[in-house]
Design a protein around this ligand. Structure first.
Ligand code: CTP
Ligand code: MG
Length: 559
C-alpha cells in the first residue's frame, strides 16, 4: 500500500510540474483530469451537488455483495461509478453508487421500501439504504459484472502516523516530503463525495416544505485545504438561488408571518431542524444544539459517513470566504502543499487544536497567515484581495443578507496577476518560519486585502483582518501567551529546518523532524495538564456567556 501510495503521489507530482493546477483539480474533480482549465468554485459546487443527487449510499455485508447489488441496481439505470469503504474498524461496509443519469437514481429511489418487519422504525426516506443480499448460489451465479463498472476500494479514514512517517522517510528531498505530506493527507475523491451526500440528506428531508432549499458544504471540505478526517461545515439556505424568472412571477405563495427578528428566527428554525435530525433522520447521532452562540450551530455525527458535522443557517459569508480561499489555492500550485505542511506542523506542536475552541490560532487563521506571507515575498506569489475586488465583473457581485459585500473576481482565467517567483516549497517553508518569527505583531496586523502589513486596529495579540469584513479581526480569540508560543515555535522550526536538511546525516530529517521532533520535546504530562486547564476554563466562560445570552463561540466566530 505504501509503495503504491508513494508511486501514485510522486507520479502526480511529476505531472503537476508540467500541467499547471493539475494536482489541485485532481482533488476537486476527477473527471477533468486531462483538462487543466480552471473550474470556478460555483462550477465545482454544482458539479459535486449533481453527483450527490444521482448517488445512493448502501450498506452491504461486504464488498462481495457488489456484483449482486450492481446487477440489481442496473435494472433502474446505468451505473456510473461505485466506491466501497468501511467504518467502525472495518465492521460496517458501504457502497456509494452513482447512476449515470438522474432518471436511474429516481427510478431506484421509487423502488426502495421500508423494512416491514421492523414495526418501530419511522418511515423517513433518504439516500441511505441497506441491501438485502440473497447470497444464494443462483443469485451469485446470475450476478455478472461485465456491464457494471469495477468497484473502487477507498478509505474515509486518516492515514496513520507510522505509515505517514514511513512515506516521508522514503523520499529524497524536502520538496518531495512536502508534496507527499499533502498527497497522503488531502481529502480524496470519496471524502469529497460523502460530504456532499451529507448535504443532500438535508435537502431531501426538507424538500417538501422548502422546495428551493440548498445545503452547501463550505470550509476546508471545499476550499481545497481539506484533509481526510476534517470536520464538515454545512450551511442550509431555505430560499436562496431561486431562479429569477420565478421571483418575477405574479403568483405568490401564501406564507406564515414571523414576528421574530432574524436571529431569534434562525435559532427557532434550527431548534426545530435539530429535533427533526435527532428524532427522524437516519444515521445522524449525537446531536448538540449550540444556539446561543454568535453563529448558532448544530453539531452532530454521521454514522454511515464517519463524519463530524457543524451545521448552520446564518448568512453566506463563510461560504464566500471558502470561495476566496479556494481561489487563492488555485492560483499557484505551491499554495496547498505549503498550507498543509504548516497546518500539520502547527498541530503537532500544539499551536492549533481543532477539537475545542480556545485562545489558540485556528486552522483558518493559519491559512490566512500563509496566504499573507505569499503576498509579501519580494516576488509575490499571490495578489492582494483589493486587486481581485477591482477586477470583479458584474457577474461577481455578491452581497449577503446582512449586507456584507463579498464581491471579487471569481474567474481566474481573467486575472492579470502573474508571479515571477520560482522558489521551491523547501525555500518557501523556511522563509515562512523566518517571516513570522520576525513579524512585528505588536504594531502590525495581517491583511490579505492590502497584501502588506497594516497598523493594528486594537491591542489584541494578533490582528488578522477579516477579508470580507475588514473592520473585524478573525484571530481576536488568540491570547498573548499563544502568540508568543507561535513565535518561538516558528523560530525553532526555522532553525530545525536549516540544521536537519540532510537525509544522510539525520534519520529524522526535514519535515519529519519538524513534525516528530517537536512532539518529542513536549513533556506529555505537562502538555495535557495545561491544555485541560485551559479547556475547562473556556467551557466555564462559554457557559457564563451563554447564560448571559451574549453571542460568542470562538471556534465558529465568523467575525
Ligand atoms: N470562517 C470565516 N471566518 C472565520 C472563521 C471561519 O469566514 N473567522 C469560514 C471560512 O470559510 C472557513 C469556514 O468558515 O473556511 C469554516 O471554519 P473552520 O471549520 O473553523 O475552518 P476550516 O477552514 O473548515 O478548517 P478545518 O479543517 O480546521 O475545519
Ligand atoms: Mg471546518
Amino acid at each position: 500500500l505504501l509503495k503504491y501510495l508513494r508511486k501514485s503521489i510522486l507520479n502526480g507530482c511529476e505531472k503537476h510540474k508540467g500541467l499547471n493546477r493539475y494536482l489541485s483539480t485532481q482533488v476537486t474533480d476527477s473527471s477533468t483530469k486531462d483538462e487543466p482549465k480552471f473550474k470556478t468554485f460555483e462550477e465545482l459546487i454544482d458539479f459535486r451537488s449533481n453527483q450527490a443527487k444521482k448517488s445512493l449510499l448502501i450498506q452491504v455485508n461486504s464488498e462481495k455483495s457488489y456484483p449482486e447489488l450492481a446487477n440489481y441496481c442496473s435494472q433502474f439505470g446505468e451505473i456510473e461509478t461505485a466506491y466501497h469503504y468501511t467504518v467502525t474498524n472495518d465492521v460496517l461496509h458501504f457502497i456509494l453508487l452513482e447512476f449515470k443519469e438522474q432518471s436511474g437514481f429516481d427510478e431506484a429511489f421509487q423502488n426502495c421500501s421500508f423494512d416491514m418487519q421492523s414495526s418501530n422504525s419511522i418511515p423517513v426516506a433518504s439516500p441511505f439504504l441497506w441491501f438485502k443480499a440473497e447470497g444464494t448460489k443462483k443469485s451469485l451465479k446470475t450476478a455478472s459484472t461485465s456491464n457494471v463498472p469495477n468497484l473502487r476500494p477507498e478509505v474515509v479514514k486518516v492515514i496513520d502516523d507510522d505509515s505517514l512517517y514511513e512515506l516521508l522517510t522514503s523520499v529524497e528531498t524536502l520538496n518531495d516530503q512536502i508534496l507527499i505530506l499533502n498527497g497522503a493527507t488531502k481529502l480524496n475523491e470519496l471524502g469529497m463525495r460523502i460530504r456532499f451526500m451529507a448535504a443532500r440528506q438535508f435537502e431531501m428531508a426538507l424538500n417538501g416544505l422548502f422546495p428551493y432549499i440548498h445545503v452547501y458544504p463550505f470550509g476546508s471540505s471545499v476550499n481545497g485545504f481539506g484533509r481526510m478526517g476534517s470536520d464538515l461545515d454545512l450551511i442550509l439556505r431555505l430560499n436562496d438561488d431561486r431562479p429569477k424568472q420565478l421571483t418575477k412571477s405574479r403568483l405568490i405563495f401564501h406564507t406564515k408571518a414571523s414576528q421574530q427578528n432574524d436571529r431569534s428566527r434562525t435559532q427557532k428554525q434550527m431548534d426545530l431542524i435539530g429535533d427533526i435530525m435527532h428524532s427522524l433522520l437516519p444515521a445522524i447521532n449525537n446531536v448538540r444544539k449550540i444556539l446561543l452562540a454568535r453563529v448558532p450551530i448544530i453539531k452532530y455525527n454521521h454514522e454511515c459517513l464517519d463524519l463530524d458535522i457543524d451545521f448552520s443557517m446564518s448568512n453566506m459569508t463563510g461560504f464566500y470566504m471558502s470561495e476566496l480561499l479556494y481561489l487563492y489555492g488555485e492560483l499557484d500550485e505551491r499554495v496547498r502543499p505549503l498550507v498543509c505542511c504548516i497546518r500539520k506542523w502547527a498541530a503537532s506542536c500544539g499551536l492549533t487544536n481543532s477539537k475545542s475552541p480556545g485562545p489558540w490560532i485556528t486552522n483558518f487563521s493559519l491559512t490566512v497567515m500563509v496566504l499573507f506571507f505569499l503576498q509579501n515575498l519580494q516576488n509575490p506569489i499571490l495578489p492582494s484581495l483589493m486587486s481581485l475586488i477591482k477586477s470583479a465583473l458584474p457577474s461577481d457581485i455578491r452581497v449577503t443578507d446582512d449586507n456584507v459585500n463579498c464581491t471579487f473576481l471569481r474567474d481566474l482565467n481573467k486575472i492579470e496577476f502573474q508571479t515571477t517567483n520560482n522558489d521551491s516549497l523547501q525555500i518557501l517553508l523556511l522563509q515562512f518560519f523566518e517571516f513570522y518569527s520576525k513579524f512585528n505583531f505588536q504594531q502590525n496586523g495581517i491583511s490579505l486585502n492590502d497584501a502588506k502589513p497594516i497598523l493594528k486596529k486594537d491591542n489584541c495579540a494578533i490582528w488578522i483582518t477579516n477579508p470580507l469584513e475588514p473592520d473585524l479581526n478573525v484571530s481576536r480569540n488568540v491570547s498573548f501567551e499563544e502568540l508568543e508560543k507561535f513565535r518561538m515555535e516558528a523560530r525553532d522550526a526555522a532553525w530545525t529546518l536549516e540544521s536537519t536538511i540532510d537525509k544522510q546525516k539525520d534519520p529524522t530529517w526535514g519535515v519529519l523532524n519538524l513534525l516528530k521532533g517537536r512532539k518529542r520535546q513536549v513533556k506529555p504530562e505537562m502538555f495535557f495538564k495545561s491544555r485541560l486547564i485551559n479547556v475547562t476554563d473556556i467551557f466555564e466562560e462559554e457557559d457564563k456567556r451563554n447564560s448571559n445570552n451574549v453571542k460568542n463561540y470562538d471556534n465558529i466566530q465568523y467575525k
